[in-house]
Write a protein that binds this ligand. Sequence first.
Ligand code: F6R
Length: 233
Amino acid sequence: MKNIQTIVVDSKEQGAEKICGLVREELEAGRLHVLGLATGSTMEPVYEKLRASDLDFTNVTAFNLDEYVGIPATHENSYAYYMNHHLFSEKPFKETHIENGMAEDLDAECVRYETLLKENPLDIQFLGIGENGHIAFNEPGTSPDSVTHVVELTESTIAVNSQYFKEGETMPVTALTMGISSIMQAKKLIVAAFGEKKRAALEKLFAGEVSTEWPVTYLLDHQDVVVITDLKL
Ligand code: F6R
């Protein structure tokens, strides 16, 4: 696929190293001003490598893909907390943005976030992939025209992500997420997928047919996608 460059690695650590290399290239070429970030287990080794690197993000603005509704930034399962813990506490950015899942008016919050994104076009967007093919929290069935919106998480995503919540804690079933169109506007997409659980989603992508049921296949319509995976497909 001419628009998708695939880099096959032996491990997620090696994948993380590659991603850091791509970020370094863009940063040193003066092409990285706005960086879109993702959370989740896939990104942890990436942030570990970025933290340990000498890369300087003090002139870079960061935007995160998504956030749960109803848990504050101080909650250890919020994505705001994740980002502070895994990256921002050690790597200062010029500015960091994430949707406010505690906003009283969630629709207004989505409009605010999308406006900020339009004012600060993404140079690179990191993406992980859900087992059900979601990107950010754009679950199967999401329109390609979607912008930042409120989403009800699917059973599959709740089942996968509930492992991170402590016993007795209820996992939010609602989230705010950049839409497909918000993501597709990024100049470059760096997609990481490690482990067998991501095989079905990657197979759909490489099958080359866009399907609403597998949001990851929307990436087929983007001009500059790099997929980093340890799966041999
Ligand atoms: C995270 C996000 C999600 C994850 C995906 C994979 O901000 O938007 O789409 O990238 O669910 O999660 P992990 O990496 O935990 O397998």
